[in-house]
Ligand binder design. Structure first.
Ligand code: FAD
Length: 385
Protein backbone atom coordinates (compact mmCIF):
# COMPACT_ATOMS: atom_id res chain seq x y z
CA UNK A 1 0.00 0.00 0.00
CA UNK A 2 2.92 2.35 -0.43
CA UNK A 3 3.03 4.57 -3.50
CA UNK A 4 5.12 7.41 -4.86
CA UNK A 5 2.00 9.56 -5.24
CA UNK A 6 -1.67 9.50 -4.31
CA UNK A 7 -3.87 11.58 -6.59
CA UNK A 8 -7.29 12.62 -5.29
CA UNK A 9 -9.72 12.99 -8.22
CA UNK A 10 -9.86 11.06 -11.49
CA UNK A 11 -10.94 13.96 -13.66
CA UNK A 12 -9.07 15.67 -16.47
CA UNK A 13 -6.15 16.95 -14.40
CA UNK A 14 -5.83 13.90 -12.14
CA UNK A 15 -5.84 11.38 -15.01
CA UNK A 16 -3.27 13.24 -17.11
CA UNK A 17 -1.06 13.74 -14.07
CA UNK A 18 -1.36 10.04 -13.11
CA UNK A 19 -0.56 8.82 -16.63
CA UNK A 20 2.48 11.10 -16.98
CA UNK A 21 3.86 10.23 -13.54
CA UNK A 22 3.18 6.52 -14.03
CA UNK A 23 4.99 6.55 -17.36
CA UNK A 24 7.94 8.19 -15.60
CA UNK A 25 8.12 5.08 -13.46
CA UNK A 26 6.24 6.37 -10.43
CA UNK A 27 3.85 4.13 -8.50
CA UNK A 28 0.60 6.06 -8.57
CA UNK A 29 -2.78 5.53 -6.88
CA UNK A 30 -5.81 7.58 -8.02
CA UNK A 31 -8.89 7.78 -5.80
CA UNK A 32 -12.31 9.15 -6.84
CA UNK A 33 -15.68 8.92 -5.14
CA UNK A 34 -17.57 8.78 -8.44
CA UNK A 35 -18.52 5.42 -9.95
CA UNK A 36 -16.53 6.17 -13.14
CA UNK A 37 -13.58 8.37 -14.10
CA UNK A 38 -13.74 11.61 -16.09
CA UNK A 39 -17.45 12.31 -15.77
CA UNK A 40 -17.12 15.99 -16.65
CA UNK A 41 -15.10 15.08 -19.71
CA UNK A 42 -18.00 12.87 -20.82
CA UNK A 43 -20.53 15.72 -20.70
CA UNK A 44 -18.16 18.38 -22.01
CA UNK A 45 -18.50 20.16 -25.32
CA UNK A 46 -22.03 18.79 -25.81
CA UNK A 47 -20.62 15.22 -25.59
CA UNK A 48 -17.79 15.88 -28.06
CA UNK A 49 -15.29 17.41 -25.60
CA UNK A 50 -13.70 20.68 -26.63
CA UNK A 51 -10.39 19.29 -25.44
CA UNK A 52 -8.12 22.26 -26.10
CA UNK A 53 -7.81 25.62 -27.82
CA UNK A 54 -5.00 26.41 -30.23
CA UNK A 55 -5.22 30.06 -29.18
CA UNK A 56 -4.19 29.26 -25.61
CA UNK A 57 -2.34 32.23 -24.10
CA UNK A 58 -2.12 33.16 -20.41
CA UNK A 59 -4.30 36.24 -21.02
CA UNK A 60 -7.28 33.92 -21.54
CA UNK A 61 -7.24 32.80 -17.92
CA UNK A 62 -8.51 34.57 -14.79
CA UNK A 63 -6.51 34.38 -11.59
CA UNK A 64 -5.45 36.71 -8.80
CA UNK A 65 -1.97 36.21 -10.22
CA UNK A 66 -2.27 36.54 -14.01
CA UNK A 67 1.32 35.28 -14.47
CA UNK A 68 0.88 32.05 -12.55
CA UNK A 69 -0.36 29.87 -15.43
CA UNK A 70 2.41 30.91 -17.85
CA UNK A 71 5.00 28.32 -16.88
CA UNK A 72 2.77 25.25 -17.02
CA UNK A 73 0.94 26.39 -20.16
CA UNK A 74 4.23 26.95 -21.99
CA UNK A 75 5.64 23.53 -21.08
CA UNK A 76 2.58 21.45 -22.01
CA UNK A 77 0.86 23.06 -24.95
CA UNK A 78 -2.29 22.38 -26.99
CA UNK A 79 0.00 20.72 -29.56
CA UNK A 80 1.29 18.29 -26.95
CA UNK A 81 -2.24 17.22 -26.10
CA UNK A 82 -3.20 17.10 -29.76
CA UNK A 83 -0.22 14.82 -30.47
CA UNK A 84 -1.57 12.45 -27.79
CA UNK A 85 -5.05 12.56 -29.34
CA UNK A 86 -3.58 11.74 -32.75
CA UNK A 87 -1.43 8.90 -31.39
CA UNK A 88 -4.70 7.35 -30.23
CA UNK A 89 -6.23 7.77 -33.68
CA UNK A 90 -9.02 10.04 -32.39
CA UNK A 91 -10.53 12.06 -35.22
CA UNK A 92 -10.98 15.75 -34.39
CA UNK A 93 -12.00 19.02 -35.99
CA UNK A 94 -11.48 22.69 -35.36
CA UNK A 95 -14.73 24.52 -34.74
CA UNK A 96 -14.44 28.27 -34.46
CA UNK A 97 -11.64 30.24 -32.81
CA UNK A 98 -9.12 27.40 -32.44
CA UNK A 99 -11.52 25.19 -30.48
CA UNK A 100 -10.72 21.50 -31.04
CA UNK A 101 -13.45 18.87 -30.63
CA UNK A 102 -13.65 15.11 -31.13
CA UNK A 103 -15.50 14.14 -34.32
CA UNK A 104 -16.94 11.19 -32.44
CA UNK A 105 -17.42 11.29 -28.70
CA UNK A 106 -15.90 12.59 -25.49
CA UNK A 107 -15.76 8.92 -24.44
CA UNK A 108 -12.71 8.61 -26.69
CA UNK A 109 -10.80 11.15 -24.58
CA UNK A 110 -11.68 9.29 -21.38
CA UNK A 111 -10.67 5.97 -22.97
CA UNK A 112 -7.40 7.54 -24.11
CA UNK A 113 -6.60 8.78 -20.61
CA UNK A 114 -7.45 5.39 -19.13
CA UNK A 115 -5.16 3.69 -21.67
CA UNK A 116 -2.36 6.10 -20.85
CA UNK A 117 -2.84 5.40 -17.14
CA UNK A 118 -2.76 1.66 -17.81
CA UNK A 119 0.50 2.09 -19.76
CA UNK A 120 1.92 3.81 -16.70
CA UNK A 121 0.73 1.05 -14.36
CA UNK A 122 -1.53 3.50 -12.51
CA UNK A 123 -3.98 2.02 -10.02
CA UNK A 124 -7.38 3.74 -10.17
CA UNK A 125 -10.04 3.21 -7.52
CA UNK A 126 -13.54 4.58 -8.12
CA UNK A 127 -16.35 4.64 -5.54
CA UNK A 128 -13.63 5.55 -3.04
CA UNK A 129 -14.77 7.75 -0.18
CA UNK A 130 -11.77 9.71 1.00
CA UNK A 131 -11.79 9.82 4.77
CA UNK A 132 -9.26 11.40 7.10
CA UNK A 133 -5.90 12.24 5.59
CA UNK A 134 -2.87 11.76 7.79
CA UNK A 135 0.42 13.58 7.37
CA UNK A 136 3.67 12.96 9.18
CA UNK A 137 7.27 11.84 8.64
CA UNK A 138 7.15 13.24 5.11
CA UNK A 139 4.28 10.94 4.09
CA UNK A 140 0.59 11.38 3.41
CA UNK A 141 -1.81 8.63 4.47
CA UNK A 142 -5.22 8.07 2.89
CA UNK A 143 -6.90 5.00 4.35
CA UNK A 144 -4.33 2.19 4.17
CA UNK A 145 -2.36 3.86 1.37
CA UNK A 146 0.59 6.15 1.90
CA UNK A 147 2.94 8.20 -0.30
CA UNK A 148 5.39 11.09 -0.05
CA UNK A 149 3.27 13.07 -2.55
CA UNK A 150 -0.44 13.93 -2.43
CA UNK A 151 -2.08 15.66 -5.38
CA UNK A 152 -5.36 17.54 -4.94
CA UNK A 153 -7.22 17.14 -8.25
CA UNK A 154 -10.84 17.11 -7.11
CA UNK A 155 -11.86 20.15 -9.15
CA UNK A 156 -14.42 22.73 -8.07
CA UNK A 157 -18.06 22.55 -6.93
CA UNK A 158 -19.71 23.36 -10.27
CA UNK A 159 -22.37 20.79 -11.28
CA UNK A 160 -22.77 19.02 -7.92
CA UNK A 161 -25.02 16.41 -9.49
CA UNK A 162 -21.93 15.12 -11.36
CA UNK A 163 -20.19 14.52 -8.02
CA UNK A 164 -18.44 17.90 -7.88
CA UNK A 165 -17.56 19.11 -4.38
CA UNK A 166 -15.62 21.80 -2.56
CA UNK A 167 -13.43 19.07 -1.06
CA UNK A 168 -10.24 20.57 -2.56
CA UNK A 169 -10.77 23.82 -0.66
CA UNK A 170 -11.50 22.08 2.67
CA UNK A 171 -8.40 19.98 2.31
CA UNK A 172 -6.23 22.94 1.29
CA UNK A 173 -7.46 24.94 4.28
CA UNK A 174 -6.71 22.01 6.55
CA UNK A 175 -3.10 22.23 5.40
CA UNK A 176 -3.09 25.98 6.02
CA UNK A 177 -3.37 27.06 2.37
CA UNK A 178 -5.42 30.12 1.47
CA UNK A 179 -8.40 29.80 -0.84
CA UNK A 180 -9.55 32.64 -3.08
CA UNK A 181 -13.34 32.98 -2.62
CA UNK A 182 -14.83 30.50 -5.13
CA UNK A 183 -17.70 31.61 -7.34
CA UNK A 184 -19.67 30.14 -10.25
CA UNK A 185 -18.19 31.12 -13.64
CA UNK A 186 -19.15 30.49 -17.27
CA UNK A 187 -22.68 30.62 -15.93
CA UNK A 188 -26.03 32.05 -17.14
CA UNK A 189 -27.09 35.28 -15.44
CA UNK A 190 -30.56 36.03 -14.08
CA UNK A 191 -32.68 39.13 -14.71
CA UNK A 192 -35.52 40.73 -12.79
CA UNK A 193 -37.18 44.13 -12.32
CA UNK A 194 -36.95 46.36 -15.39
CA UNK A 195 -35.23 43.67 -17.39
CA UNK A 196 -38.06 41.16 -16.89
CA UNK A 197 -39.47 42.04 -20.29
CA UNK A 198 -36.46 40.39 -21.90
CA UNK A 199 -37.36 37.05 -20.34
CA UNK A 200 -40.26 36.94 -22.76
CA UNK A 201 -37.60 36.50 -25.46
CA UNK A 202 -36.67 33.04 -24.15
CA UNK A 203 -34.97 31.12 -26.97
CA UNK A 204 -34.00 34.17 -29.04
CA UNK A 205 -30.29 34.66 -29.73
CA UNK A 206 -28.22 37.34 -31.44
CA UNK A 207 -24.59 38.00 -32.31
CA UNK A 208 -23.54 40.75 -29.88
CA UNK A 209 -20.62 42.20 -28.01
CA UNK A 210 -21.18 41.67 -24.29
CA UNK A 211 -18.93 43.47 -21.86
CA UNK A 212 -18.36 43.69 -18.15
CA UNK A 213 -15.78 46.24 -17.09
CA UNK A 214 -12.83 45.86 -19.45
CA UNK A 215 -13.74 42.33 -20.56
CA UNK A 216 -15.63 42.20 -23.87
CA UNK A 217 -16.65 39.21 -25.96
CA UNK A 218 -18.21 39.05 -29.40
CA UNK A 219 -20.30 35.92 -29.62
CA UNK A 220 -23.92 34.86 -29.43
CA UNK A 221 -26.10 35.94 -26.51
CA UNK A 222 -29.21 33.92 -25.73
CA UNK A 223 -32.27 35.06 -23.84
CA UNK A 224 -33.63 32.43 -21.45
CA UNK A 225 -36.71 32.19 -19.25
CA UNK A 226 -34.49 33.21 -16.34
CA UNK A 227 -32.28 35.81 -17.99
CA UNK A 228 -29.22 35.76 -20.21
CA UNK A 229 -27.02 32.97 -21.49
CA UNK A 230 -25.13 31.98 -24.66
CA UNK A 231 -21.35 32.11 -25.14
CA UNK A 232 -20.98 35.91 -24.94
CA UNK A 233 -22.79 36.02 -21.59
CA UNK A 234 -21.05 32.92 -20.18
CA UNK A 235 -17.71 34.55 -21.00
CA UNK A 236 -18.49 37.86 -19.28
CA UNK A 237 -20.09 36.05 -16.32
CA UNK A 238 -16.59 34.97 -15.22
CA UNK A 239 -15.70 38.64 -14.79
CA UNK A 240 -19.04 39.72 -13.33
CA UNK A 241 -19.48 40.56 -9.65
CA UNK A 242 -22.82 41.13 -7.89
CA UNK A 243 -24.15 44.64 -8.49
CA UNK A 244 -22.15 45.16 -11.69
CA UNK A 245 -23.81 45.88 -15.03
CA UNK A 246 -23.38 43.91 -18.26
CA UNK A 247 -23.41 46.04 -21.41
CA UNK A 248 -24.62 44.53 -24.66
CA UNK A 249 -23.97 46.01 -28.09
CA UNK A 250 -26.83 44.62 -30.17
CA UNK A 251 -25.48 46.00 -33.45
CA UNK A 252 -21.70 45.65 -33.21
CA UNK A 253 -21.13 46.01 -36.97
CA UNK A 254 -22.88 49.36 -37.31
CA UNK A 255 -20.62 52.38 -37.82
CA UNK A 256 -20.92 55.33 -35.42
CA UNK A 257 -23.69 57.66 -36.55
CA UNK A 258 -25.58 55.00 -38.53
CA UNK A 259 -29.01 55.85 -37.15
CA UNK A 260 -28.93 59.61 -37.91
CA UNK A 261 -27.44 58.63 -41.30
CA UNK A 262 -30.35 56.25 -41.89
CA UNK A 263 -32.71 59.19 -41.40
CA UNK A 264 -31.10 60.96 -44.35
CA UNK A 265 -31.12 57.86 -46.55
CA UNK A 266 -34.55 56.45 -45.56
CA UNK A 267 -36.63 59.24 -43.98
CA UNK A 268 -39.86 57.17 -44.17
CA UNK A 269 -38.36 54.20 -42.30
CA UNK A 270 -39.02 53.56 -38.61
CA UNK A 271 -36.61 52.48 -35.88
CA UNK A 272 -38.63 49.29 -35.50
CA UNK A 273 -38.25 48.46 -39.20
CA UNK A 274 -34.51 49.07 -39.14
CA UNK A 275 -34.13 46.88 -36.08
CA UNK A 276 -36.23 44.13 -37.66
CA UNK A 277 -33.88 44.17 -40.65
CA UNK A 278 -30.86 43.61 -38.42
CA UNK A 279 -32.09 41.47 -35.53
CA UNK A 280 -34.52 38.61 -34.79
CA UNK A 281 -38.01 40.09 -34.97
CA UNK A 282 -39.03 39.43 -31.36
CA UNK A 283 -35.85 41.05 -30.09
CA UNK A 284 -36.23 43.99 -32.47
CA UNK A 285 -39.76 44.56 -31.18
CA UNK A 286 -38.79 44.50 -27.51
CA UNK A 287 -35.94 46.94 -28.15
CA UNK A 288 -38.19 49.20 -30.23
CA UNK A 289 -40.86 49.15 -27.50
CA UNK A 290 -38.24 50.11 -24.93
CA UNK A 291 -36.85 52.92 -27.08
CA UNK A 292 -40.41 54.17 -27.60
CA UNK A 293 -39.61 56.21 -30.69
CA UNK A 294 -42.85 56.38 -32.62
CA UNK A 295 -43.19 57.45 -36.21
CA UNK A 296 -40.87 57.88 -39.14
CA UNK A 297 -37.20 58.75 -38.83
CA UNK A 298 -37.84 62.06 -40.56
CA UNK A 299 -39.94 63.10 -37.58
CA UNK A 300 -37.13 62.49 -35.08
CA UNK A 301 -34.40 64.87 -34.05
CA UNK A 302 -30.81 63.78 -34.67
CA UNK A 303 -30.31 63.96 -30.91
CA UNK A 304 -33.09 61.47 -30.26
CA UNK A 305 -31.66 59.10 -32.86
CA UNK A 306 -28.11 59.47 -31.55
CA UNK A 307 -29.33 58.68 -28.03
CA UNK A 308 -31.22 55.60 -29.29
CA UNK A 309 -28.17 54.44 -31.16
CA UNK A 310 -25.99 54.88 -28.09
CA UNK A 311 -28.43 52.82 -26.06
CA UNK A 312 -28.51 50.04 -28.66
CA UNK A 313 -24.74 49.82 -28.62
CA UNK A 314 -24.54 49.81 -24.85
CA UNK A 315 -27.76 48.23 -23.58
CA UNK A 316 -27.35 47.95 -19.86
CA UNK A 317 -28.52 44.91 -17.92
CA UNK A 318 -28.04 44.63 -14.19
CA UNK A 319 -28.27 40.89 -13.46
CA UNK A 320 -29.72 39.94 -10.10
CA UNK A 321 -27.47 36.93 -9.83
CA UNK A 322 -26.28 33.84 -11.67
CA UNK A 323 -27.82 30.40 -12.02
CA UNK A 324 -25.18 29.20 -9.55
CA UNK A 325 -23.06 26.08 -9.31
CA UNK A 326 -25.90 23.93 -10.63
CA UNK A 327 -25.38 25.51 -14.08
CA UNK A 328 -21.82 26.86 -13.92
CA UNK A 329 -19.37 25.24 -16.33
CA UNK A 330 -16.48 26.05 -14.00
CA UNK A 331 -15.65 27.56 -10.63
CA UNK A 332 -13.53 30.70 -10.53
CA UNK A 333 -11.30 31.26 -7.51
CA UNK A 334 -9.93 28.30 -5.58
CA UNK A 335 -6.63 27.36 -3.97
CA UNK A 336 -4.54 30.52 -4.00
CA UNK A 337 -1.72 30.52 -6.52
CA UNK A 338 0.34 32.42 -3.93
CA UNK A 339 0.57 29.12 -2.06
CA UNK A 340 1.90 27.11 -5.02
CA UNK A 341 5.00 26.90 -7.17
CA UNK A 342 4.00 27.86 -10.72
CA UNK A 343 6.58 25.38 -12.08
CA UNK A 344 5.59 22.32 -10.07
CA UNK A 345 2.18 23.10 -8.48
CA UNK A 346 3.65 22.06 -5.12
CA UNK A 347 2.52 23.91 -2.00
CA UNK A 348 5.34 26.07 -0.70
CA UNK A 349 4.44 25.44 2.94
CA UNK A 350 3.73 21.72 2.66
CA UNK A 351 6.38 19.79 0.74
CA UNK A 352 4.85 16.90 -1.19
CA UNK A 353 1.36 18.45 -1.42
CA UNK A 354 0.29 19.50 -4.93
CA UNK A 355 -2.85 21.10 -6.37
CA UNK A 356 -3.83 20.99 -10.06
CA UNK A 357 -6.74 21.70 -12.42
CA UNK A 358 -9.88 23.58 -11.54
CA UNK A 359 -9.20 23.33 -7.79
CA UNK A 360 -6.58 26.06 -8.29
CA UNK A 361 -7.39 29.76 -8.72
CA UNK A 362 -6.92 29.62 -12.51
CA UNK A 363 -10.02 29.77 -14.70
CA UNK A 364 -10.06 29.70 -18.47
CA UNK A 365 -12.37 31.30 -20.97
CA UNK A 366 -15.00 29.21 -22.68
CA UNK A 367 -13.59 27.22 -25.61
CA UNK A 368 -11.25 24.44 -24.43
CA UNK A 369 -9.05 26.56 -22.18
CA UNK A 370 -10.12 24.88 -18.96
CA UNK A 371 -9.13 21.44 -20.17
CA UNK A 372 -5.81 22.83 -21.41
CA UNK A 373 -5.17 24.15 -17.91
CA UNK A 374 -6.10 20.77 -16.43
CA UNK A 375 -3.68 18.95 -18.79
CA UNK A 376 -0.86 21.48 -18.37
CA UNK A 377 -1.04 21.76 -14.58
CA UNK A 378 -1.37 17.96 -14.27
CA UNK A 379 1.67 17.45 -16.47
CA UNK A 380 3.71 20.02 -14.50
CA UNK A 381 3.03 18.24 -11.19
CA UNK A 382 3.73 14.85 -12.78
CA UNK A 383 7.31 15.90 -13.58
CA UNK A 384 7.99 16.35 -9.87
CA UNK A 385 6.18 13.59 -8.01
C1 FAD B 1 -21.23 20.84 -18.76
C2 FAD B 1 -19.75 21.16 -18.81
C3 FAD B 1 -19.12 21.22 -20.05
C4 FAD B 1 -17.76 21.56 -20.12
N1 FAD B 1 -17.17 21.60 -21.35
C5 FAD B 1 -15.88 21.93 -21.43
C6 FAD B 1 -15.21 21.92 -22.69
O1 FAD B 1 -15.78 21.52 -23.71
N2 FAD B 1 -13.92 22.34 -22.73
C7 FAD B 1 -13.23 22.72 -21.59
O2 FAD B 1 -12.05 23.08 -21.68
N3 FAD B 1 -13.82 22.67 -20.38
C8 FAD B 1 -15.10 22.28 -20.28
N4 FAD B 1 -15.70 22.22 -19.06
C9 FAD B 1 -14.87 22.49 -17.86
C10 FAD B 1 -14.03 21.23 -17.54
O3 FAD B 1 -14.87 20.11 -17.50
C11 FAD B 1 -13.30 21.39 -16.21
O4 FAD B 1 -12.62 22.61 -16.16
C12 FAD B 1 -12.32 20.24 -16.00
O5 FAD B 1 -13.01 19.01 -15.97
C13 FAD B 1 -11.53 20.40 -14.72
O6 FAD B 1 -10.71 19.28 -14.55
P1 FAD B 1 -10.32 18.79 -13.08
O7 FAD B 1 -9.60 17.51 -13.27
O8 FAD B 1 -9.65 19.87 -12.35
O9 FAD B 1 -11.69 18.52 -12.35
P2 FAD B 1 -12.83 17.44 -12.73
O10 FAD B 1 -12.72 17.02 -14.15
O11 FAD B 1 -14.10 18.02 -12.24
O12 FAD B 1 -12.43 16.18 -11.84
C14 FAD B 1 -12.52 16.19 -10.44
C15 FAD B 1 -12.70 14.76 -9.99
O13 FAD B 1 -12.66 14.73 -8.56
C16 FAD B 1 -13.70 13.91 -8.08
N5 FAD B 1 -14.08 14.39 -6.75
C17 FAD B 1 -14.66 15.57 -6.42
N6 FAD B 1 -14.85 15.63 -5.10
C18 FAD B 1 -14.38 14.47 -4.58
C19 FAD B 1 -14.31 13.95 -3.27
N7 FAD B 1 -14.80 14.63 -2.22
N8 FAD B 1 -13.78 12.71 -3.09
C20 FAD B 1 -13.30 12.01 -4.15
N9 FAD B 1 -13.34 12.45 -5.42
C21 FAD B 1 -13.87 13.67 -5.62
C22 FAD B 1 -14.83 14.04 -9.09
O14 FAD B 1 -15.68 12.90 -9.06
C23 FAD B 1 -14.05 14.17 -10.40
O15 FAD B 1 -13.86 12.92 -11.02
C24 FAD B 1 -17.04 21.84 -18.95
C25 FAD B 1 -17.66 21.74 -17.71
C26 FAD B 1 -19.02 21.40 -17.64
C27 FAD B 1 -19.64 21.29 -16.28
Amino acid sequence: MTYDAIILGAGAAGLLCAASAGQRGRRVLVLDHAPEVGRKILISGGGRCNFTNLGTVPERFLSQNPHFAKSALSRYTPHDFLALVERHGIAWHEKTLGQLFCDGSARQIVAMLRDECARGGVEIRCNAEIGAIGHGDGRFRVGAASAPALVIATGGPSIPKMGATGFAYDLARRFGLKVVQPRPALVPLTLAGEDLLFRALSGVSADVVASCGKAAFREAALFTHRGLSGPAILQVSSYWQHGQAIDVDFLPDRAPGWLPAAKAAHPRATVRRLLREALPERLADVLADRLAIDGELAAQTDRTLAAAQARLSQWRFVPTGSEGYAKAEVTAGGISTAELSSRTMEARKVPGLYAIGEAVDVTGWLGGYNFQWAWASGWAAAQEI
